[in-house]
Write a protein that binds this ligand. Structure first.
Ligand code: SAM
Length: 423
């Protein structure tokens, strides 16, 4: 089997779904192709490619083998806290005549839309005052979502017992009560095609979390265009923690609630209706180039003489402040605080990662790369650094380095796969 054949399949997969072979891992795709061919009794990649091109079912089968369905209830807890605050501040919008409309896209195996439903029920919303739609490309994931039966891996958030009354225990896990599951309409759909969900009315709140990280630049733009079209003019959008920056770069405004990864539509999104490749969109506000005092950045290996416990508590507080500032879009202030933090905590991989992330958001790619390298030097398995380093190389068009990083991510993922979440 030739590498060329696999590359052709990767290309086909990207073109049809927006998925980025590098983010998914080339080895994972090759393994998926091998398994799919075996199941079909096909021996040559070229023959498989022909079948793939001629039949929707074969593509669907391959998709099921490559998508990452990783999700859990109340993932990024502050997201749901902010949803509650946002609706309270607006005086609990939504009525029987004009229900509040929320979209979970992609919804994977259902934990995200069900978390939205539980949040609204806890707030005292009656079912006729809101509507939750949920969409995903994977039929297998949607089947699990509709069944509503979950194992331990779906409950990872703190204070999980709070929602126990929405589930009933069974031998195979916890089953979501029909009172909650009946509130979500699941659809199968590809968010990377033009005018996805075109028959749906606009939504007041959209959750688009942890999809863009798996997509090519073109795929991301197509999804952004769809999401922007589906969101009402002043709508609220929740992204994944490393994805929210894409929305900022496309005219969305940060929301002042740390770690909610929320942003607001402003009506100036440059992607409305765009489905074809475009040059990298300009940031909303052109930030002045950051001058980093790299000399003050310590060399790894030297430690301060601060008692370790004190150091840890102090580190956690300041880094949270850095994150809060960055989440609010106050990037220069976040940089300043993070630099200060690193002067006192010289071997802190998370600190370097945040420096890299903020520089990345400011388009200071060289500085970002240096900080990511330092983070990885201190902690070669720092997953978020690996993800962002890959994105950085991709953005710079350095495909060789991007591919090396993606291999590392893939190795990491293979070693940390949660069997509960594997479909
Ligand atoms: C990591 S899960 C994210 C689930 C949830 N939003 C969360 O953050 O927990 C990513 C999901 O994206 C779906 N997906 C991948 N490509 C897609 C596409 N082009 N259109 C719709 N869904 C897609 C996958 O099937 C998978 O269920």
């Amino acid at each position: 089997m030739t590498t060329e054949g696999y590359q052709e399949i990767e290309r086909f997969l990207s073109e049809t779904t927006g998925l980025d072979p590098e983010s998914l891992g080339r080895k994972s795709i090759a393994n998926a192709v091998d398994a799919a061919m075996k199941a079909l009794g096909i021996r040559r990649v070229v023959d498989y490619l022909g079948v793939l091109r001629s039949g929707v079912e074969t593509l669907e089968d391959l998709l099921e083998r490559v998508v990452v369905p990783e999700t859990w209830f109340f993932r990024d807890g502050e997201t749901f806290n902010y949803l509650r605050i946002y609706l309270e501040e607006r005086g609990f919008p939504g009525s029987e005549k004009k229900p509040l409309r929320l979209l979970s896209a992609p919804c994977s195996t259902g934990q995200e839309p069900y978390s939205i439903a539980m949040t609204l029920l806890e707030m005292g919303y009656s079912p006729e005052r809101f509507r939750i739609d949920a969409v995903d490309i994977s039929a297998k994931s949607l089947h699990i979502a509709r069944k509503g039966l979950y194992g331990r891996g779906s409950f990872r958030q703190k204070g999980k017992d709070r929602h126990e009354h929405f589930f009933s225990k069974s031998e195979d896990g916890l089953r979501i009560d029909p009172e909650v599951s009946g509130l979500v309409q699941f659809y199968r759909g590809n968010l990377a095609v033009p005018y996805a969900l075109r028959k749906q009315e606009r939504y007041d709140v959209v959750f688009c979390r942890n999809l863009l990280i798996y997509l090519t630049e073109e795929g991301r733009r197509a999804v952004l265009a769809n999401i922007d079209r589906l969101l009402v003019a002043d709508g609220l959008l929740f992204a994944g923690n490393s994805e929210v920056v894409f929305f900022f770069q496309n005219g969305y405004l940060p929301v002042k609630h740390a770690r909610s990864f929320a942003c607001r539509k402003t009506g100036t999104c440059s992607l409305q209706g765009v489905v074809a490749p475009r040059p990298r969109p300009a940031p909303l506000k052109k930030e002045p180039r950051v001058r980093l005092n790299l000399k003050t950045v310590p060399t790894p290996g030297r430690r301060e003489k601060v008692p370790e416990t004190v150091q840890r508590v102090h580190a956690a507080t300041s880094l949270q402040e850095v994150r809060d500032l960055a989440d609010r879009g106050e990037l220069h202030e976040a940089l300043r605080l993070c630099e200060q933090f690193l002067r006192a905590n010289r071997c802190h991989s998370e600190g370097y990662y945040l420096m890299g992330l903020i520089n990345f958001a400011l388009d200071s790619f060289t500085a970002a790369e240096e900080f990511f390298q330092k983070a990885l030097y201190l902690d070669p398995r720092h997953y978020e650094t690996l993800i962002h380093m890959g994105l950085l190389y991709e953005k710079r068009g350095d495909h060789t380095k991007a591919s090396i990083i993606k291999d590392r991510i893939e190795r990491f993922r293979l070693n940390h796969a949660d069997p509960q979440e594997t479909l």
